[in-house]
Design a protein around this ligand. Structure first.
Ligand SMILES: [Zn+2]
Length: 310
């Protein structure tokens, strides 16, 4: 589907678009793996979101001058330790999360009683090594690498500092939009973290859907898509926000609490159980209820009790 695909010893696919390569992760980039982007200019070489799978390619990669992070979730920073000499850059709001373990814990919203296990996990499975020297890039700026440039788009919602990157090579065939965790999955947008935002995600999706370039790449699952497939998938993906809202409104035909909706499951499936899923569901539904109230689609009939209609 893309320009060239290479099968190397590690059997990981590479999609090549001129000076840009999408380095597919193991299992098609399914979590905990991911798809990274390599951009080679005449002046500089940049690697975006080095995944756990980059380790398998380390011998074949060129010298990396700069590492850009779309955001600092554990799976996106798992290959940072492989490039101790590179400059590491992310959105100013997420700098803490790559500079220190405390910042990483805060970005993920890990409760106090789970911090020891989370810390052990990120060190063991994501090789997390803090980079106190990491710097903030300038959102909405352009990085010129020589014969290729990258536009940094601030697309908050998944996290507050989440960014997408538009890479311009020679012509349209070499233009690639890296969507990071705007995953375009059937699940729909994830805004269950402590600094996630439903409204911001919705606005970011409206924005990225206006982008007209040849290729789109996601960090997980889909890998590389052409514009028509992107248009279709992104419409479905954004539509999941309304699908969830309609489901919640049906559930609120009878007055219910947030906690009742969490236990019923609107975003996740009823079979998805556990404290972690409860927390994500709660964070997402709290925002949906606030949105319904602000749009006069639901009312708080008693403190903590919500009903569809006005
Ligand atoms: Zn993420």
């Amino acid at each position: 589907m893309s320009g060239v695909q290479a099968q190397l010893g590690h059997a990981l696919e590479t999609h090549v678009f001129g000076r840009t390569q999408v380095l597919m992760g193991r299992n098609g980039g399914k979590f905990p793996y991911g798809n990274s982007v390599l951009v080679q200019g005449t002046e500089e070489t940049i690697l975006i979101d080095p995944s756990k799978s980059v380790k398998e390619r380390i011998g074949e990669l060129p010298h990396i001058d700069r590492v850009l992070l779309s955001h600092c979730h554990q799976d996106h920073v798992a290959g940072v330790h492989l490039f101790p000499d590179a400059t590491v850059e992310t959105h100013p709001l997420e700098l803490d999360a790559i500079q220190s373990l405390e910042g990483l814990l805060a970005l993920h919203g890990v409760p106090a009683d789970e911090q020891a296990a989370f810390t052990d996990n990120v060190r063991t499975h994501f090789a997390f090594v803090p980079r106190p020297d990491a710097m903030a890039f300038v959102p909405e700026s352009t990085i010129d690498l020589g014969r290729v440039r990258i536009d940094v788009l601030h697309t908050p919602g998944h996290t507050h500092g989440h960014c997408c990157f538009v890479v311009y090579g020679g012509g349209r065939q070499d233009e690639v939009v890296f969507l990071a965790d705007i995953e375009l999955s059937g699940f729909g947008p994830y805004y269950g973290g402590p600094n996630s935002c439903l409204e911001a995600f919705d606005r970011s999706l409206t924005r990225v859907r206006t982008l007209d370039h040849e290729w789109f790449a996601t960090y997980h699952h889909l890998g590389v898509l052409q514009q028509p497939a992107f248009a279709e998938r992104s419409a479905q993906y954004q539509g999941m926000i309304d699908t969830r809202e309609r489901k919640l409104l049906r559930f609120l035909q009878t007055p219910r609490t947030l906690e009742a909706a969490v236990q019923h499951r609107i975003v996740y499936r009823a079979s998805d159980t556990g404290a972690h899923t409860d927390r994500n569901e709660r964070n997402m539904l709290r925002q949906h209820i606030a949105r319904l109230l602000s749009r006069n689609l639901a009312t708080e009939v008693e403190p903590g009790l919500y009903q569809a209609g006005t």
